[in-house]
Design a protein around this ligand. Structure first.
Ligand code: BGC
Length: 754
């Protein structure tokens, strides 16, 4: 009965989809039959409208190019008025009235800003992340945007790379789950809904593996590592029907991604079946000249023949394609295919039906920074905060105590919204101090700046050239310190609020040292002499090296750049109105010398041993990180029972269930992220010591216990073998369930011959 009902329903869906596709094909074919080669090439051109520039070139004469039909889209512009003005030009003043596509880097919020992506990932809450992406789409589309250059799904294992702040961290399984949630949230499976955004998976591919963590640097890795560790999130996002992909700046196998035919055509289009738009990163075609790939004409040819559809800012396709087609170096069919995909994106967005899709001042007014969005931003901020250390229950704070809040970020607003904060207005961000003052009207906490964010004038000037907004205090560093020490002497507890100014992470913000800035370390060391308990609240965009802080301070919370409602969320966590539940998604090293460091490493032939000299280790440090992937404390305690397996063997087509009982054995309500890892103990190639294969966020009242089960199938055990065949190999496995990647809570099972 059920089946009979389902089959016709399904066929109606299939039929509707294919009917829509036929209609789209007919529409686009008809339009293209009227287009000249130049008009088709015009669609391949993406121009920036003047700010947030991240490359060596600016688009010129944008309005004239739009009117000439030499632009398929523009980015870096929003608001109903501004968008309408440019769209009017395209629709009313070009021969074929083709609407423009409006893009923007809406990375972690548009006007309402949410925690940076690395912070959002620390929530391990994919449903929340999907809700946020939907809310972001709602707000940005009301402001005239159709296309966000997000999600960034680059796996990153080197915290020197500033862009780790923009992604989900080091793990392919978690990264894939988050990538899917973001694509679903932005696109809602139906771009014709005016409150959705077209997503863009970036940076395809391997951008997070830049050598030495230096932005834009070379990448080089084996196919095995690519397929097993770096490619899965891009693939997952393609499977989730993401509508566009952005090429990376780096090279792969010696060929820049933007001109890499294997990457864009063989892998992305043929192997993965991607049929959306491929856009380059900012001026990435032009940059192939610097890569040493040839002349302007040559790199344009390379890009389009590799599979690029749209050229972001370099305008090389616009300039070179007419002659390249004439000379037979690029087939007209290749240009047609690229143009078709761009027109299809516009069709799916409903732009031919309504070029002013979603635009309305009234909608913008209602949607932008609405109460629901601010509440969502706060929820995310609370869940993203990670408690890294908490000795002697230093946290939560007791508001009746004398508390000194010290540090240059206590009343800062700009840094709270982080880098890539799109149209976010720092003036609308709630600082910690203002949140404390409204939360505890009757309490008189003491405040001091303590130091400048940095006293390094050269660094400050670099950061300020790109909107860093770092203004050194008119007082000397010594005066700032003296004031801080005075209030510290009279306090029962000190809360130091420190971190990286936001420009120290993000694009073009690689660092060779990932310590706190020197001025802040001096402050912390001075505060330590006051002999009072110290809690450190951090704001930063990457794992930092915190060995001294860990050894010398009583409590540490990692708040990332938590967004518009950061102050409120941090205040709630500090005073126990919310219980920390975030878990880090990148390993925090003890020192830069340990990098790259990640939990899912190989065992090697000489695994670490303290007793044996000739094992894989350092003379001057251990192998263990300071804080492992998946780690994060709570104000309550969670205990895990041993792992129970429904069976000790797993057969083809079968499954086993792994269960633990999780208990909140402390005295506060809290949420825990239970994590499932496996270790494939013998393989035809070496296998990681642990791999994440599942996770669940669970809320428990004090004393409450709950059984948590994960279903394990052979599918979950698959990996790419030496022939790049995706397969699970029979043999012995360990299965771990615990609160972090260093859990040893395990059981054994075997996969039988398939
Ligand atoms: C970045 C991209 C971004 C683009 C457009 C580039 O520099 O790498 O992530 O989407 O600029 O702003």
């Amino acid at each position: 009965m059920k089946k009979l009902f389902l089959i016709p329903a399904l066929s109606i869906v299939v039929c509707c989809c294919s009917q829509r596709k036929t209609e789209m094909d007919a529409f686009v074919s008809n339009l293209m039959s009227k287009m000249t080669l130049e008009e088709k090439i015009g669609q391949l051109n993406l121009l920036t409208v003047g700010f947030d520039v991240t490359g060596p070139k600016m688009s010129k004469d944008v309005e004239q190019k739009i009117k000439n039909g030499q632009a398929g889209g523009v980015f870096n512009i929003f608001t109903p008025n501004a968008v309408r003005k440019l769209q009017d030009m395209a629709v009313a003043q070009t021969r074929l009235h083709i609407p423009l596509l409006f893009g923007y880097d809406v990375i972690h919020g548009h006007r309402t800003i949410y925690p940076i992506p690395l912070g959002l990932a620390a929530t391990w809450d994919t449903a929340l992340i999907a809700r946020i992406a939907a809310a972001v789409a709602d707000e940005a589309s009301a402001d005239g945007i159709h296309w966000t250059f997000s999600p960034m799904v680059d796996i990153a294992r080197d915290p020197r790379w500033g862009r780790v702040s923009e992604g989900a961290g080091e793990d392919p399984f978690l990264g894939s789950e988050i990538a899917k949630s973001m694509v679903h949230g932005y696109e809602q499976g139906n771009l014709s809904k005016p409150n959705t955004l077209m997503s863009c998976i970036k940076h395809f591919a391997l951008y997070g593996a830049a050598e030495a963590g230096r932005d834009y640097n070379t990448t080089d890795m084996s196919r095995l590592r690519m397929y097993n560790e770096y490619l899965p999130p891009y693939k997952a996002a393609v499977e989730a029907s993401a509508s566009s992909v952005m090429t990376a700046f780096n090279e792969i196998d010696g060929v820049p991604a933007t001109g890499n035919r294997w990457l864009l055509s063989d892998l992305l289009r043929r192997e993965w079946g991607f049929n959306g738009v491929v856009v380059t990163d900012y001026t990435a075609i032009l940059e192939m000249e610097n890569h040493g790939m040839g002349s302007k004409a040559k790199v344009a040819e390379l890009a389009v023949n590799a599979g690029v559809d749209m050229d972001m800012v370099s305008e090389y396709l616009l300039d070179e394609l007419p002659a390249l087609v004439k000379a037979g170096k690029v087939k007209e069919e290749t240009v047609d295919n690229a143009c078709r995909r761009i027109l299809e994106a516009k069709y799916k967005l409903g732009l031919f039906a309504d070029p002013y899709r979603g635009l309305s001042e009234a909608r913008a007014k209602a949607q932008i920074m609405s109460a629901e969005k601010l509440a969502l931003s706060k929820e995310a901020a609370v869940k993203s905060i990670v408690l890294l250390k908490n000795d002697r229950q230093t946290l939560p704070l007791d508001a009746s105590k004398k508390i000194a809040f010290i540090g240059p970020l206590v009343q800062d607003q700009r840094n709270l919204i982080g880098s890539w904060s799109a149209a976010g207005n720092p003036q609308q961000a709630v600082s910690l101090r203002s949140a404390l003052e409204s939360k505890f009207k009757e309490h008189k906490f003491r405040y001091a700046k303590g130091c400048n964010l940095t006293d390094d004038a050269a660094l400050r000037s670099k950061l300020n050239q790109h909107g860093g907004d770092i203004i050194p205090d008119s007082r000397t560093p010594q005066q700032l310190l003296t004031e801080a020490l005075q209030i510290a002497q009279h306090a029962d507890v000190i809360v130091a609020v420190l971190g990286e100014p936001f420009g120290m992470s993000g694009e073009a913000a690689s660092r060779t040292s990932i310590d706190l800035p020197e001025s802040q370390k001096i402050l912390l060391k001075a505060l330590k002499t006051a002999g009072k308990p110290i809690a450190l609240a951090l704001m930063n965009g990457r794992p930092l090296t915190l060995q001294w802080e860990h050894d010398n301070l009583d409590a540490i919370i990692e708040t990332w750049y938590a967004g518009t409602q950061a102050g409120e969320a941090i205040a709630d966590i500090l005073f126990g109105d919310a219980n920390p539940s975030g878990k880090i998604t990148m390993t925090f090293p003890r020192s830069v010398g340990q990098i790259p460091i990640y939990y899912s490493h190989k065992n090697t032939g000489r695994p670490f041993s303290d007793r044996e000299k000739y094992t894989s280790k350092y003379l001057d440090a251990g192998n263990e990180p300071l804080y492992p992937f998946g780690y994060g404390l709570s104000y309550t305690q969670f205990t895990y029972s041993g792992v129970q397996l429904s069976d000790s063997t797993l057969a083809e087509g079968g499954s086993i269930t792994a269960t633990v009982t999780l208990t909140n054995s402390g005295s506060r309500a809290g949420e825990e992220v239970a994590q499932l890892y496996i270790r494939d103990r013998v393989g035809s190639i070496t296998r990681p010591v642990k791999e994440l294969k599942g996770f669940r966020r669970v809320a428990l009242q004090p004393g409450e216990s709950r059984k948590i089960s994960f279903v394990v199938t052979p599918e979950l055990l698959k990996f790419y073998n030496a022939d790049l065949r995706y397969t699970a190999e029979p043999g012995d496995f360990w299965l771990f369930i615990g609160g972090s990647s260093d859990t040893e809570n395990k059981a054994a099972f075997s996969l039988l011959s398939l």
